[in-house]
Design a protein around this ligand. Structure first.
Ligand SMILES: Cc1ncc(COP(=O)(O)O)c(C=O)c1O
Length: 430
């Protein structure tokens, strides 16, 4: 049975010019939102306004454009802080993406000047088998270099994290626990509040990879109690090449920078340098100023109007509505996929326990072939190891097909996808 619409996806769609595109002679059905999302007119307008009115480098040039660009960029930090419930804009570091945010923490812990925040030989870092490569490979590298152990927590058969194993793995040598809030393969939403409580009880820090949660549900860093949160703007309506590392202020204050160079320094002599306060000591070199403003939004200083950023757009809908919409689409799609012969869906089968990501395999068929056949009908999905090869190994599958939803997707699109997939499975993959 159809659930009543929760948000008005049709009027949202009108804000996304790309959704008018056709693929061949078919209307585009874009179900690759976990890889990247499209950008609404409001955010595109903000980008245009920045480059037509304010373009300048920040924190250095004393002319009007330089000062105005700086003001907008700092406002964007404040708005992002508000969006995730951070206490302070000084806890928001703009980086390129989630990958860079996690590498920042990893390399800072590897080479930190402050011993309290430096990984030592014999220390332990805990991750889960469902991590994206960007929350696994950096830890493999820095653990190997520091002589620390990397402990990987398994999943249960239903695709949820094995919390008993996690609890038992924590020791007094555990320095850090890293966990995806939402899995990019299983869709599983992990109990980050509880994981954080266990990590802190063991005296460890807690890093949440929010790449697949911050765009899709209300996320409040104070409520979670995490020390770090990483996420990517391009997965939540902002342009590519802008992402965020949230870090508790006292930690960012004590941590060493990851990149060194211009504008992150308080003073430099020929023999050494001192750092600015966070977040600026972590934003070395010329930043993606426009990207930051397109993510966070800011006031147009010349008109007094708001230059809408991605977080403004999402807040206007409300993150609770975003979550409810995706949950309804997921429930509907799950039902259809479960009824299909030869199709196996991975992850929890209860839409309340997962985000809008559905990875599945068609028995006896290559995932890329299924994705190509869907593409022939205008349906964009991802296929393969989904940047989580160890998880694919754990699931015993070479690759999966992944459909992932966002605010502009509709139940009609899910119906069309199910109909096309059914036809592919029955008639074209014999
Ligand atoms: C859970 C998760 N973490 C991290 C990333 C990396 O994001 P980015 O490529 O934007 O750095 C992704 C990307 O798909 C992801 O799904």
């Amino acid at each position: 049975m159809r659930e009543p619409p929760i948000l008005d996806a049709q009027s949202i769609r009108a804000d996304f010019p790309i959704l008018q595109r056709r693929v061949g002679d078919k209307p585009l059905i874009y179900f690759d939102n976990a890889a990247t999302t499209h950008k609404p007119r409001q955010v595109l307008r903000t980008i245009e306004t920045f480059y037509t009115t304010y373009n300048a480098n920040v924190h250095r040039s004393p002319h009007t454009l330089g000062l105005e660009a700086t003001e907008l960029y700092e406002q964007a930090h404040e708005n992002v802080a508000r969006f995730i419930g951070a206490a302070d804009a000084r806890e928001i570091v703009f980086v390129r993406n989630s990958t860079e945010a996690i590498n920042l923490v990893a390399y800072s812990l590897l080479s930190g000047e402050n011993e309290r925040l430096r990984l030592q030989e014999g220390d332990q870092v805990v991750v889960t088998v469902m991590e994206h490569h960007s929350d696994l490979v950096p830890w493999q590298r820095v653990c190997a270099q520091a002589g620390a152990t990397l402990k990987v927590i398994d999943i249960r058969d239903d695709g949820t994290l094995d919390m008993e194993q996690l609890s038992a793995a924590l020791t007094e040598r555990t320095r850090l626990v890293c966990c995806a809030h939402g899995s990019n393969v299983l869709g599983t939403i992990n109990p980050v509040q509880e994981i954080g409580r266990l990590a802190h009880q063991a005296g460890a820090l807690f890093l949440v990879d929010g790449a697949q949660s911050v765009p899709h549900m209300p996320v409040d860093v104070k409520q979670i109690g995490c020390d770090f949160l990483a996420f990517s703007g391009h997965k939540m309506l902002a342009p590519m090449d802008i992402g965020v590392l949230y870090g508790k202020r006292e930690l960012l204050q004590e941590m060493s920078p990851f990149l060194y160079g211009g504008e992150m320094v308080a003073d430099v002599t020929l023999t050494g340098a001192t750092w600015k306060e966070p977040p600026w000591k972590f934003e070395a070199g010329t930043a993606n100023v426009c990207g930051g403003i397109a993510l966070g939004g800011a006031t147009d200083l010349r008109t007094g109007q708001h230059l809408e950023g991605a977080v403004d757009y999402l807040e206007r809908i409300s993150m609770a509505q975003v979550r409810a919409h995706e949950r309804a689409l997921t429930r509907h799609a799950l039902q259809g996929l479960r009824d299909m012969e030869r199709v196996r869906v991975y992850g929890p089968l209860d839409a309340d326990r997962r985000g809008g990501i559905l990875a599945f395999a068609v028995e006896g068929s290559d995932a890329h072939l299924v994705a190509h056949l869907l593409n022939d009908e205008g349906i964009a999905v991802r296929a393969g190891g989904l940047c989580a090869y160890p998880l694919a190994d754990r699931l015993g599958v070479a690759g999966t097909v992944r459909a992932s939803f966002y605010i502009y997707n509709t139940e009609d699109e899910v119906d069309r996808f199910l109909e096309v997939l059914e036809d592919i499975v029955r008639c074209r993959l014999l």
